[in-house]
Design a protein around this ligand. Structure first.
Ligand SMILES: [Zn+2]
Length: 65
């Protein structure tokens, strides 16, 4: 990556990675196109949470910053 950092935060990079993944619920297979990951920082890590509107299963992805 030779471009300057230019305001692309670690959060944005992680979110972009999440958005590339499947939106299908792991439990019921519902595809939530309009859903968004909710970011929660806990010091050295960030959690992204997303709740399936169909079955209510909460998915969590956790990354180190
Ligand atoms: Zn579901």
């Amino acid at each position: 990556m030779s471009r300057s950092h230019g305001g692309t935060s670690a959060f944005e990079r992680l979110r972009a990675r999440l958005d590339e993944g499947s939106d299908a619920c792991e439990e019921c297979g519902f595809v939530d196109d309009a859903g968004e990951w909710e970011a929660v920082t806990t010091g050295a890590t960030v959690e992204y949470r997303r709740e399936c509107p169909s079955c209510g299963t909460e998915r969590v992805r956790r990354y180190r910053l």
